[in-house]
Design a protein around this ligand. Sequence first.
Ligand SMILES: [Zn+2]
Length: 479
Amino acid sequence: MSVFPDFRALMLSALLAVPVAVQAKDKADMIVYGDYVLSMEVDAGVLQDGAVAVKDGAVLAVGSRDEIDLNYFTDRKISGAGKVLMPGLINGHTHAAMVLFRGMADDMTLIDWLQNFIFPMEGKFVDERFVRAGASLACWEMIRGGTTTIVDMYFYPGVAAEVYKTCGIRAILGAPMIDYPSPGFEGWDDSFAAGRDFVSNFDDPSGKLTAAFAPHGAYTVSPEHLREVLAAAQYANAPLMMHVAESPSEMTVMEERYHNSSVRHIASLGMLSYPMIAAHMVWPDEDEMDMMAMSDIGPIHNPTSNMKTAAGFSPVPQMIAKGINVGLGTDGAASNNDLDMWEEIRLTALLHKGKSGDATAMPASTALAMATRMGAAAIGLGDVTGTLSPGKRADMIQLTLSSPRMAPLYDIESHLVYVAGSRDVVTTIVDGQVLMHNGKVRTLSAATVIKKANVRAQMIRNALAEEEAEAEQETAQED
Ligand SMILES: [Zn+2]
């Protein structure tokens, strides 16, 4: 046998090698398809008949069906027939467990509602079991509606974290701290100490959950305490979230107490030099918006809550025009009364047109970006989620376009903002894990979360009835 390779054999293997090389595919854990794919990257537009390859919980590639099928193989495919595929929604401000107070007190002024209803009710009824039942109910609703990331500010965040580990949602959990008595706490010192412990001891190997500091607001936390929590957040390199410039009553309190506005007040404390998730931001003036544009502040717009409590209309188009990333949130379900991000998207697109008298003030594509790319940037997760981009985590949703409500379809972005709703979401994926498939939430049972919520609600009803009876008895005795 010759040691020299046979020339013809070489030619043959070279010819054979060509198609083999072209067909060499990388393995993906999953490929998700869509008749329409919106990556939500800047100016990316809409990809027709596209797909996303996923590996190790991250987006591996985004492209046309043909490209993805040519380059990747997988055991797991999720069909995109009659569906749109896009990034999951980001709820930048909520108090998830408050779903258990859904519909208990409506149509009140913000201060009346907060001081005479919510704070006393929380003092009486919020404990670990309340938060477990409430966060589970909320998580089911959010996954069902296509929300993949939440910024949650509520009591017992360690309990909520356990719930989110089970249900699979991505979350920034803010440990609440306030100068007044609150569930489990007498005031600032103990709520701040517990929050600091929560953040420093927090460990989530999945990387989906982040612990954060959540001072309630500039009108409910003293300047000394705000300085204290800012220093703690800087030391721990942890996110910071707060209600900022929410209502006229807050602005009045700030003016009377500090002769200042909320934004200037927190700026004077150095709080604009650190990234902050600033819920509501209804009342910044022009100069304050310029200051914010120079900072890492992420305002979160909560249109339903702001209208329900008559807090005012946030200057969202003006903030966006200055280059500020503004996100969207539902706020708690006690002031909404649901956790449906599609309603926030649609309201955002509508109310800023109505308020300004300019139908071009808030295009559908901007409202959609606020719930995805811009929202992720506003909460400090712009490198992690918010768009379908290689390297980012695989947080995505599919909506069905099969309903007669969706016909005819000329412009998919228009439909997503002005027609679609949470009922149209059929698939929710977080970190590559399918949390909902064919409209069925897999990580939580609807029957169980409803049952547990109803048990808590009945306890609240019984306690309130007992209180009422006692009060009546006292009045009778006095008579
Ligand atoms: Zn809030």
